[in-house]
Ligand binder design. Structure first.
Ligand SMILES: NC(=O)C1=CN([C@@H]2O[C@H](COP(=O)(O)OP(=O)(O)OC[C@H]3O[C@@H](n4cnc5c(N)ncnc54)[C@H](O)[C@@H]3O)[C@@H](O)[C@H]2O)C=CC1
Ligand SMILES: CC(=O)C(=O)O
Length: 316
């Protein structure tokens, strides 16, 4: 019996796209990786460069530049195409430019007959995932935004550093918009199974002021990196690989991706970041955390901002 190959198409071979591709190669995540960019020459050059790393990787991945017809039999299409923030610019300032980019990209993906999962990283990612879902007409479970997975990684890293604990043993989430209105539901933050407020590490326990400081550092991390080196890409590239692995391996992993709320947290018809169950069929469930009243209000505030911006596009 012939084994089914795992095929991924990447649209947008800039900083984020190529960090994703490089991590995909190093982690040997799929059998075929196709690179698409409006700048075909760039996609071809990137494919050549990655192929020259194959002899060092232990991977047999087939990597090549392609076009939208390649989406027809792909398991997952990842989109990182579009404009990125300049120093001081908010993610939401990119909305209209990137909505135009998506009008050009989504239609040929759909026309190819693509039946897999769409993974969106382009900012502002929650609204861009919603735009992709509307333009494609796909069931929302098949259209996933990277949401707050990167912010959550930044949070886990910061809490781990404070307590000198492996971040993989920190279970805490950033929820809401991947942007200014995101927040940490501290009532749900644990080290191992112990609430973060009760945990004692080498530096003692985490007080409210320190929690606020960590939350602010997480929220401002992107601006700080963009000011220092123009763009952020390694973290998001690896986060996208994590989501891709969950989909291709049908892992049913809990990841803070952006998905359409359908009555979850008493919210409807808005994409935002929340812990979700991710597998072969995309998002198969939203993990409903018992948020405190103030945390629920922050989530609703985030939803209101995202919903207003999406509706301003007048797509449907
Ligand atoms: N979700 C997240 O957590 C993160 C999202 N991002 C976002 O990812 C996006 C990409 O960022 P970078 O890679 O740094 O930008 P970049 O400018 O390096 O790359 C963008 C690529 O998109 C391509 N492109 C533009 N229009 C296209 C079209 N119509 N069809 C095909 N390709 C097209 C460009 O040729 C370029 O290669 C930005 O929107 C950025 O804000 C960046 C970091 C984290
Ligand atoms: C650029 C961006 O969205 C981030 O690094 O969080």
């Amino acid at each position: 019996m012939e084994l089914k190959t795992r095929k991924v198409v990447l649209v947008g071979t800039g900083f984020v796209g190529m960090s994703y591709a490089y991590a995909m190669l190093n982690q040997n995540v799929c059998d075929e990786l196709v690179l698409i960019d409006i700048d075909r020459q760039r996609a071809e050059g990137e494919a050549m460069d990655l192929n020259h790393g194959l002899p060092f990787s232990g991977s047999h991945m087939k990597i090549h530049a392609g076009d939208y017809q390649d989406c027809a039999d792909a398991d997952l299409v990842a989109i990182c195409a579009g404009a990125a923030q300049k120093p001081g610019e908010e993610r939401t300032a990119l909305l209209h430019r990137n909505a135009e980019v998506f009008r050009a990209i989504i239609s040929p993906i759909v026309s190819s007959g693509f039946g897999g999962i769409l993974l969106i990283a382009t900012n502002p990612v929650d609204i861009m995932a919603h735009v992709a879902q509307t333009l494609s007409g796909f069931d929302s479970c098949r259209v996933i935004g990277t949401g707050t997975i990167l912010d959550t990684a930044r949070l886990r890293y910061q809490i781990g550093r404070f307590f000198r604990i492996d971040p993989r043993n920190v279970h805490a989430y950033v929820m809401g918009e991947h942007g200014e209105s995101e927040f940490v539901p501290w009532s749900q933050a644990m080290v191992a199974t112990k609430p973060v407020g009760l945990f004692m590490g080498e530096n003692g326990s985490l007080n409210l002021g320190q929690m606020l400081q960590i939350e602010t550092e997480v929220r401002d991390a992107a601006q700080k990196i963009i000011l220092a080196k123009k763009a952020t890409y390694y973290g998001i590239g690896m986060a996208m690989v994590r989501i891709t692995r969950a989909v291709l391996g049908d892992e049913q992993s809990v990841l803070t991706v952006s998905t359409m709320m359908r009555g979850d947290y008493r919210l409807n018809q808005v994409y935002l970041g929340t812990p979700c169950i991710v597998g072969r069929r995309g998002v198969t469930g939203v993990v409903g955390l018992p948020l405190e009243q103030g945390e629920q209000a922050k989530l609703e505030h985030s939803a209101q901002i995202l919903s207003g911006l999406y509706q301003g596009l007048r797509l449907s």
